[in-house]
Design a protein around this ligand. Structure first.
Ligand code: ADP
Ligand code: ADP
Length: 226
């Protein structure tokens, strides 16, 4: 069963096709790595999958719903209900503490629950920093709070753009292990990364070049069993 169906999608900026006739099926529970050189369209694809941008041509379905037909308010609802985003541009709210930032994401979805928010921070090794403001945290610590925030609502799909970009080896391991736990629980993961080790965690690697899917590689070792 496909969670995402992307059919003949293009995203044009004037003459430039940031995405050029891309078709892609992503099954529920897949772990897909998106790789490719700078400017190949990775962020454009993630923004469309993440309900932050719309294609100029083609069809995008998420769980059978036409994202390409939706305007911003509808897209925002889908984003909050179904998708966990770990995007660098999706900053923490500066005047709220780490735990409050996680609870804000809960608020948009259901009812904030401090115990749950603390548990999520604990999963990424940030429980002891819960009452700190973002500016009191290092880049890597903020990144881990963003991971906790993205996961708090148990989204069907996690979209992560360079989720380990700011992290040292120890914290990269924490995040990768957490992704494995989520994947084992059935969450769909779509991860843009330049890190070959992170990319290899996924069962599929989609290689983008010039806005097109140049090829796809399967990593047999970590192909999901269910
Ligand atoms: P990647 O994430 O792989 O580095 P992007 O998706 O950011 O690639 O960009 C793909 C192409 O689209 C690039 O040539 C980029 O310059 C262009 N592009 C992206 N966003 C815009 C925009 N808002 N306006 C004009 N061109 C853009
Ligand atoms: P804005 O009001 O700036 O448009 P939103 O209302 O969409 O932002 O989101 C409120 C807060 O929740 C922001 O801090 C944002 O970063 C975060 N957020 C929103 N959607 C998601 C998501 N799908 N995953 C993770 N964080 C999100």
């Amino acid at each position: 069963e496909s969670i995402y169906s992307v059919r003949n999608v293009s995203r044009r900026y004037g003459e430039l096709a940031a995405l050029d006739d891309v078709s892609l099926e992503i099954r529920r529970g897949d772990w897909v790595s998106i790789v490719g050189p700078s400017g190949s369209g990775k962020s454009t694809l993630m923004n469309i999958l993440g309900c932050m941008d719309s294609p100029t041509e083609g069809i995008v379905l998420l769980e059978g719903e036409r994202l390409d037909k939706m305007g911003e308010p509808e897209l925002a609802t889908v984003r909050r209900q179904k998708i966990g985003l770990v995007f660098q541009q999706f900053h923490l709210v500066q005047h709220l503490t780490a735990v409050e930032n996680v609870m804000l994401a809960q608020y948009y979805h259901s009812i904030p629950d401090e115990k749950e928010a603390m548990a999520a921070l604990d999963r990424v090794g940030m429980a002891d920093r819960a009452t700190h403001l973002p500016r009191e945290l290092s880049g890597g610590e903020q990144q881990r709070v963003c991971v906790a925030r993205a996961l708090i609502n148990h989204p069907d799909v996690i979209l992560a753009d360079e989720p380990t970009g700011n992290l040292d080896e120890v914290n990269e391991r924490i995040v990768i292990d957490f992704f494995h736990t989520l994947h084992d629980a059935g969450t769909t993961l779509i991860v843009v990364t330049h890190d070959a080790e992170v990319a290899a965690q996924g069962g599929r690697q989609i290689i983008l070049e010039h806005g097109r899917i140049a090829r796809e590689a399967a990593d047999v070792a970590s192909t999901p069993t269910k």
